[in-house]
Design a binder for this molecule. Structure first.
Ligand code: SF4
Ligand code: SF4
Ligand code: SF4
Ligand code: FES
Length: 952
């Protein structure tokens, strides 16, 4: 089903935002009776009744402004002419939108605009898709009495510094939509109107341009501009699109809806979908602009095989590659046993694709050796929330933040890593919500334009549990517990045990200060604000989970929410900001070695029987290997074959040299990816993957929202990823006959209780749907645990603080922590192949000026970073964002080798690596590390072997 492919047309614009009121008023517009919610503008009421009022400065994504005067209407009983965009409806109002006098006024206004506008409509890139042009037509403008020779702005210079859009000031009508979009929608405040009167101009700041300015290239101003002043470069180069396909972004876990606007098979523009519930028409630089990777020259489009990683690749047919892979896997199993092979599913792929991979492992491989990249990011979320609340997922939808009074952001950097949610968050903060940031770094929202955190608690990396325990201790100690909630909703015995634990003096903020590095008074203030400030919501990220106590920290967060009754309604909750586009979905689909789909243990006989009945095989009741176990087993010689779907473990997993050794020891490594990634350089079979633009399916975002992914172009390699897995399973002897992802979803719904009511038809009708969706009538669950917890009674769990073994020493006196930046994504495989590199060409090491001074390090110098695991070399950036004693880097470039440094230390419950805490030393150096030299020559060799590939 692909019914959301349509001829290109701009998305409907009702002029002003909808009113949230439930009270209706009735008025008459041009003789038609219209009923709309109180607070609706006359303009919107007219549009909703199918009456179009000319407009320029109004758009329904922004509050009305009332500057252009094109939208004037007559209202019975009111003097003069009123702008319909700023006039709210009233009961009994009688409005006239068309009259001789109104037409004359509108034409007069348009005449003034057009007299100062270049007359190049026919050659303008947005000809046919320009509101100024269409409004001139709507008001019947035929000539301009003032002529065009007077003083004007038509010769102003363009700013083409942005790689993605051009600012042609000569076409600007100073309607201010761009400025308001940057403020209201994005929250960056990069634009202003400088000058006055005739000299008024949109400006990105004095003496600067878009690229150099504070602009984060979200594209909101471009989308809002009613003229060709702000235009995407792709539109300038290729013209306006001819059809569009509604789909979902394949970068982060926000899951923004997009219109992929196309010309034939070419994407011309990605326009954020106004009806997308995760993003409501907004986007960030990645989803909006960074799509050229999908057709980059590095795309691999032919299956390849080879006997050894020292051999050149042979390009072969799909059938030959799949048969080669299947034969090798079977030979390995014959020699080393059933459990000697496994798979890693991709959180970049669709639910349907992931479903097939885990099913192939369980039915075709005959074991449970399936894991996913959530192992290295949010596996503690799954574990911690399941134990405490009963469901391995966040509790709210994103829109819920609009009702939060106190927002805690912990170990997450929303404006960089989840930017569209970051914009929602900033909007709520500008409206007056309080903000507590718990993070070792001074992240942007600690002090962004028009946003200030009430408290920034710069906790020492590794001491999250100590800090949360200290907050909980304060709440109990100061009598701030929501006892009614605890008594009615939580397990009494568990709470009593926990209470005894948390009241211990060693959990007080004062006692914990030595561990957290955060002043006890600040912790007490934060605890009071969280407990007493109204609706309090916690948003957290990998700074919570990627620790030796990641699961404990998640449980401590859930404890806090239950203790204060901040769960089960809008504006509150426990909200993991999931990293990759479908990391929630890949977990839901049963990608863990101990759980079948829907987070049900493989050891549960009844659950296993339901799958055995449907799949016609006997399933292994024993949990399989997690990713780190696969590596260990590989090095011990017992694990020899791995199918790795869209996951670059050689770059993303910790202790790179250990991972590389494990990969080298494999007898059959099958990599399915769109690029020859770092892992593929160790592979024996390469199956070319498909980008999100090339397939149908669904992604599930951080809100549990299941959204459709729709094919916009044919798969470059001839198969979508689900078809490759299907082929491999068939080559292994599985009797599968799927014809479409929709058919796979029917199987998912039939076998997964939380997905029972999920169908493509329902997603089509509703736009998206949030699981749990227990039956056919259900339209999903925006807020979880409303009446009771999924597990029944909420379970307080004792969260003892255990310092990590990864300690500073005289040899390694600093703590390195890692994170992401806005323009690059994860291992950078996609974003490095786009113009986003204009903002981030390389990973650098942030170091506090005091630590740099002590080591004689200056800005921009090469520094060697060594840990107990290895060393690498990066350029230094002196920054006060990190506290003394802490250094920070990103891992978007393979050559950076950030994971050469990180250790095998991991979360006690889930093995999620402790990426956020590595004891290191930093020194000045003059040359790359040994590992970097080796990586470079291995890369050169493998690129050559791929380039020299022969037809097999
Ligand atoms: S750039 Fe576009 S949106 Fe901004 S003021 Fe000019 S015409 Fe309006
Ligand atoms: S692209 Fe986004 S951040 Fe940049 S000026 Fe436009 S609205 Fe502001
Ligand atoms: S916020 Fe995430 S989902 Fe939305 S456009 Fe950006 S990368 Fe894509
Ligand atoms: S659209 Fe109403 S004043 Fe501009």
């Amino acid at each position: 089903m692909n019914s959301m492919v349509e001829f290109y047309q701009p998305q409907a614009d009702f002029g002003t935002p909808s009113s949230k009121s439930t009270e209706l008023v009735t008025l008459s517009i041009d003789g038609r009776n219209v009923s709309v919610p109180v607070g609706t503008s006359v303009m919107r009421a007219a549009f909703e009744a199918g009456i179009k009022v000319p407009k320029l400065c109004a758009t329904d994504t922004l509050e009305s402004f009332g500057s252009c005067r094109v939208c004037l209407v007559e209202i019975e009983g009111r003097r003069g002419y009123l702008s319909s965009c700023t006039t709210p409806v009233e009961a009994g109002m009688t409005v006239t939108t068309q009259s001789v006098q109104l037409a004359k006024i509108r034409r007069g206004v348009m005449e003034l605009y057009i007299s100062d506008h270049p007359l190049d409509c026919l050659t303008c890139p947005t000809n046919g898709d320009c509101e100024l042009q269409s409004t001139a037509g709507e008001v019947g403008l035929r000539d301009v009495r003032y002529g065009f020779a007077g003083e004007n702005h038509t010769q102003l210079e363009k700013d083409d510094s942005s790689p993605y859009f051009t600012f042609d000031s000569s076409k600007c009508i100073v309607c201010s939509r761009c400025v308001r979009a940057c403020e209201e929608t994005q929250g960056t405040f990069a634009l202003t109107i400088s000058g006055r009167g005739f000299d008024s101009r949109v400006s990105v700041g004095p003496e600067t341009n878009f690229l150099e300015s504070d602009c984060v290239s979200c594209g909101a101003c471009v989308a809002a501009c009613p003229t060709a002043t702000l235009t995407e470069n792709s539109i300038i180069e290729s013209g306006i699109p001819e059809h569009s396909v509604t789909t979902t972004c394949a970068y982060c876990g926000v899951g923004c809806g997009f219109k992929a606007e196309m010309r034939g098979q070419e994407v011309i523009r990605m326009t954020p979908w106004k009806d997308g519930k995760a993003n409501e028409g907004h986007a960030c630089v990645k989803g909006r602009f960074a799509f050229s990777y999908a057709t980059h020259k590095d795309r691999m489009t032919e299956p390849m095989i080879r006997d050894s990683i020292d051999d050149p690749w042979k390009r072969v047919s799909w059938d030959e590659a799949l048969m080669f892979a299947a034969n090798r896997l079977r030979a390995i199993q014959e020699k080393y046993g059933t459990k000697s092979i496994g798979a890693i599913s991709s959180s970049r792929c669709t639910n349907e694709e992931v479903w097939l991979v885990q099913k192939m492992v369980r039915t075709g491989f005959g074991n449970n050796n399936i894991d996913t990249c959530a192992r290295v990011c949010h596996s503690p979320t799954g574990y911690g929330l399941k134990q405490t609340l009963g469901e391995s997922a966040g509790t709210q939808d994103f829109a819920s933040v609009a009702d939060a009074d106190v927002i805690v952001v912990m170990g997450a950097n929303p404006t960089e890593a989840h930017p569209v949610f970051g914009s929602r968050l900033k909007k709520r903060l500008r409206e007056g919500a309080h903000l507590i940031v718990i993070d070792p770094r001074r992240i942007e929202i600690v002090g962004a334009p028009h946003v200030r955190s009430d408290l920034h608690l710069p906790v020492r990396p590794g001491a999250n549990v100590a800090l949360l325990n200290a907050m909980a201790h304060t709440i109990v100690d100061e009598g701030l517990t929501d006892q009614r909630f605890v008594d009615s909703r939580c397990d009494k015995v568990a709470f009593s045990n926990w209470l005894t634990f948390i009241q211990q003096p060693e959990n007080s903020p004062e006692a914990m200060e030595a561990h957290t590095g955060v002043h006890a008074d600040d912790v007490r203030v934060a605890a009071r604000l969280y407990a007493m400030g109204g609706n309090a919501a916690i948003y957290y990220g990998l700074g919570v989970t990627e620790h030796s106590q990641g699961s404990t920290t998640v449980m401590a967060i859930a404890n806090l929410a239950m203790l204060t009754g901040n769960i089960g309604r809008r504006g509150v909750g426990v909200n993991p900001l999931r990293g990759q586009n479908n990391v929630q979905g890949s977990c839901d689909m049963g990608s863990f070695p101990h759980e079948l789909p829907g987070y049900r243990p493989v050891s549960d006989d009844a659950v296993r029987r339901s799958f055995e009945a449907a799949w016609g095989v006997t399933l292994d009741p024993e949990p399989g290997h997690r990713i780190p176990n696969m590596f260990e087993e590989a090095l011990s010689g017992a694990f020899k074959g791995l199918y790795c779907q869209g996951e670059d473990i050689a770059q993303s997993d910790p202790n790179t040299q250990h991972v590389e050794a494990a990969l080298e020891s494999m007898e059959c490594l099958i990599v399915q990816d769109i690029f020859l990634n770092e892992t593929a350089k160790f592979a024996h079979v390469f199956l070319p993957g498909s980008s999100f633009l090339e397939k149908d399916g669904t992604f599930t975002n951080a809100e549990r929202r299941i959204s459709r992914v729709r094919k916009a172009m044919e798969p470059l390699a001839g198969k979508a990823d689900w078809q490759s897995t299907l082929g491999l399973a068939q080559a292994l002897g599985c009797d599968w006959d799927y014809e479409s992802p929709e058919q796979i979803m029917r199987e998912i719904s039939a076998l997964t209780p939380t997905f029972t009511g999920v169908t493509y038809e329902k997603i089509e009708r509703l736009g998206s749907i949030q699981w749990p969706c227990w039956d056919e009538e259900s339209e999903g669950t925006p807020t979880m645990h409303e009446e009771s917890f999924t597990r029944g009674l909420g379970q307080f769990i004792v969260t003892e603080y255990v310092p990590t073994d990864e300690r500073c020493s005289r040899r390694f006196p600093l703590i390195m922590t890692t994170g992401r930046i806005l323009s690059q994504y994860n291992v950078g495989a996609q974003t490095r192949r786009t113009e986003n590199s204009a903002w981030h060409e390389e990973d650098v090491l942030e170091i506090h000026p005091e630590d740099a001074l002590e080591r004689g390090i200056s800005e921009g110098e090469w520094v060697g970073i060594s840990s107990r695991m290895g060393n690498t070399v990066l350029h230094a950036r002196l920054s006060q964002r990190v506290r003394p004693g802490v250094v920070y880097t990103t891992f978007h470039h393979p050559v950076s080798g950030a994971n050469v440094i990180t250790t095998d230390s991991s979360d006690w419950a889930t093995n999620c690596p402790e990426y956020k805490v590595t004891a290191v030393q930093v020194t000045r150096v003059t040359q790359p590390s040994d590992w970097q030299e080796r990586q470079k020559s291995f890369d050169v060799k493998q690129q050559r072997l791929a380039k020299d590939s022969v037809i097999g």
